[in-house]
Design a protein around this ligand. Structure first.
Ligand code: UDP
Length: 243
């Protein structure tokens, strides 16, 4: 495995299959392991949120999700494959099912999680979903207790960022061994309620643009983040320091 550095954070450089293979090791190595699918917005959040910054640094696996991270690493002289978190998480579900490992899904609105679970069950042979819960709960302890009871080996958490990364970090100290992945809006897509960007957008790394066109309210959040991120990396590259 090769880790590369971007703005002081380490990112794993795998191709898709390599990432799946490594995650499989993490799913079966008797520890709770955290996977972060990192994007430019997370760097911005980490700058203001020390706890989140530490979580990013302590994650067992960090994969480059957004195109911004790929571009940022390119500026730093590193060529990495972009791995879409949603595709990666979906493949890990297949891997878990193939090995009859129990799976849990936490997050999204109640009707969304219900639909996502039922779609996945009909799509994936032998899938054993032992626990699912919507993402609108206040009592984290209750969910942790539930998870402890059923001991899933793969836990997907869709609470948006940084909440999902914080939830997973807390779980690391409480749960039985498992692989935990923060999956953002994946359940919305798997439920069929939110449409995934067409393949051409995915290939060009422009899913963010498609989502912004479809949900203009995201514009304020996504748009300044991307160019600002690229600028920040350029400044870092030239100045050789974190900013
Ligand atoms: N979400 C949740 N609980 C919360 C906040 C968000 O379950 O308290 C869910 C939301 O319903 C959505 C997912 O988190 O399914 C991710 O939201 P978003 O698309 O904003 O996240 P992103 O992937 O852009 O970080």
């Amino acid at each position: 495995m090769k880790r590369v550095k971007l703005l002081g954070y380490e990112i794993d450089n795998f191709d898709f299959e390599g990432a799946v293979q490594y995650a499989h090791e993490l799913m079966t190595n008797n520890k709770v392991n955290q996977v972060v699918t990192i994007n430019p917005e997370m760097f911005t959040t980490a700058q203001k949120d020390k706890e989140f910054s530490e979580i990013l640094k302590s994650a067992e696996m960090v994969i480059p999700d957004g195109i911004g991270v790929k571009v940022g690493l390119k500026i730093m002289g590193e060529n990495v494959a972009r791995i879409a978190g949603i595709d990666f998480a979906r493949r890990m579900i297949d891997v878990a099912a193939k090995e009859s490992l129990p799976v849990a899904l936490i997050g999204a609105k109640p009707e969304i999680i219900e639909k996502a679970v039922s779609n996945l069950k009909s799509e994936v042979e032998n899938l054993n979903i032992v626990y699912s819960h919507d993402g609108y709960f206040d009592n984290w302890d209750e969910i942790m207790e539930d998870l402890k009871q059923v001991s899933p080996k793969l836990i997907l958490v869709a609470l948006g960022s940084p909440k999902q990364e914080k939830f997973i970090y807390e779980a690391k100290h409480l749960l039985n061994p498992a692989l935990m992945i923060g999956v953002g809006g994946s359940f919305d897509v798997w439920s069929g309620v939110v449409e995934r960007a067409p393949e051409i957008y995915q290939k060009l790394g422009l899913e963010w643009l498609y989502r912004t066109i479809k949900q203009p309210e995201r514009f304020k959040r996504i748009f300044p983040a991307l160019p600002l991120f690229v600028l920040k990396v350029l400044r870092y590259r030239i100045g050789g320091k974190e900013c």
